[in-house]
Write a protein that binds this ligand. Sequence first.
Ligand code: NOJ
Length: 756
Amino acid sequence: MKSIAASFIAILLTVSVFAQSDYTAKAKALLAKMTTEEKIGQLNLVTPGGGVATGSVVSQDVETKIKKGQVGGLFGIFGPEKVRQAQDLAVKNSRLHIPLIFGLDVIHGHKTIFPIPLGLSSSWDLGLIEKSARIAATEASADGLQWAFSPMVDIARDARWGRISEGNGEDPWLGGQIAKAMVRGYQGKDLSANNNIMACVKHFALYGAAEAGREYNTVDMSRVKMYEYYLPPYKAAVEAGAGSIMSSFNEIDAVPATGNKWLLTDLLRKQWGFKGFVVSDYTSLNEMTNHGIGDLQTVAARALNAGLDMDMVGEGMLTTLGKSLKEGKVTMAQIDAACLRILEAKFKLGLFDNPYKYVDESRPAKDILTNETRKASREIATHSMVLLKNANQLLPLRKSGTIALVGPLADNKRNMLGTWVVAGDWTKSVSVAEGIKNVAPAANIIYAKGANISDDSMLVKNANALGVEIEPEQQSAEAMLNDALAAANKADVVVAVLGEAADMSGESSSRSDIGLPESQLNLLKALVKTGKPIVLVLINGRPLTLTWEDAHVPAILEAWAPGTEAGNAIADVLFGDYNPSGKITATFPRSVGQIPIYYNHKNTGRPYDGKGSGKFKSYYMDISNDPLYPFGYGLSYTSFSYGSLSADKHSLKGNETLTCSIPVTNTGKFAGEETVQWYITDPVASITRSVEDLKGFQKVWLQPGETKVISFKITTADLKFYNGDLKYDWEPGEFIIRAGTNSASTQSVSVQWNKK
Ligand code: NOJ
């Protein structure tokens, strides 16, 4: 009996192992037929131009190389026709007919553009975030693509860094939840369907911690800080099954990520069990020479040794690995391993079954930029906006009366999509002026631009590097201002739409001053002097310093770069068709001097509580320690009040579960949604811990007067952290559970949690 059962189990195991590694077996069989040159060719990712070149070179002789089997993948082109042509070159002309993989920077939508990721994260709505990635996958796959260079999950605590716009803010736990949602959205249940595409998690790793917020700059960080705060979102994406990972430009422990064996092999593959392939960032392999660790041949060998599988654009692998193999600097086994991973990915995507699986000329018209996708973009954009201030309930506005609509972003389509939009067409976006007309047709709108986005020639030149986003007017600054003041004086309310041009955030868009540009601040100050009620709508890609604005402007709506349906979504919120519910996921500092500033900081030995003299305490002489708007902050047109927080136990043992509850009441006049946030503090541990860490949240929809009791279950999994030995565990003792409307406004309850 026993032996029959045992052999039955053995058969089952064989069958399932075979099913799982089916594509591995096929990839190995193909590998056995390949020459060394063909194997190295698969490691080569090129761009023929036509996309956005994010480095100083674009690939040459792409056609010839594809035919010779010297290219594994292509990025930067899209559309079934173009993809078919390129795929033909590989499938019909190369010796082994190996299909190419086609990638693109599909970041916050493909052609239907959603809010920038920092905005998406502010929705705290994992379902909507997943939906945005799903729509992006459907559109991208309809355009011939099967590989998105997304999600970008870099934690950022420095708003000077322009790419804070591309990520999900500062919290590792929320960042991990969003990373998983994005991977699910792109990849679906598996990659066999022709509308699921492979995710590429980036930038591995720690890219958001660039010193001084300056792009591509050095990163230097303790292991504990990495494991606890910066690595969790990448790990979450790997656990969600992301098919590929992109190495980052920065160094880690004095070795650039692209050639860092500890990172790409020990951590990623051995500790985390990652099974997909790793691609470099744009020429990041070659750039290791600038970092100072050797010539091209040396760094290419080092990258392969470290665990890099694919080389983006720089062709360092293509041009030197053959030589390194002969000289014994790399082994055939290493080349095989890298090639195998890329072939496996192509098998997983079904490209060997049908290289044209994603090429269907009838799909774009059906799947891209449809009424449905636009509707989704509008809905998601409304959920991403954050109401930062609303004195005297100035918002929502009436859909009547006279509105002065002013500002360089008020009647502007060009800057509504935000950064990193390769395939999106800004001419198809809805301006705020159009949106207001659509949503409040009875309102009388007087428009005046009022100011240029910036008059600073250096900033204008740099923001316009990829196309004209800031178009300075012929009119003088004074004449523009006078027009705006005349409009304001005739109006019941002023809506000022100000902020950043699309490429004032994003890659290579670091700013040392993150306030509104002077031209716009001057306009705003003059508008405030008119005494008219002013609503400031912000279009921007990072936390801004808004200290003056917060003190002088009654209503502030952070709209981010909202995407294709920008104007409609903004109008939905301004006129109350949607009651804003977003909460910021990156702290807004009072001044640049406070940076880096983030909620989950450590305590010092000399903390300052803001009371009395700060002498010999950890403080600034000239500014408070507190941010302007803390992590998790965001208002609603209604108000929510929190009852008392309670815990079902105050003393727990081992694997018990603690349930904490808090009643939340809608005490205002509008139905609305609150995001109840749960934080945990571990006041005494073997190493220092942050003052609090986000561990959960719930979104609750309440009618006026309605109360709901919100509960949160906590297990020891929520108490774990990486200790001094990098062991992930919890330590017994006191824990403080906090619940509230943002990270700086919580109630707390203390419990004792022992091992036995
Ligand atoms: C450089 C960027 O860092 C990366 O995010 C992007 O995917 C590549 N360029 C390809 O465009």
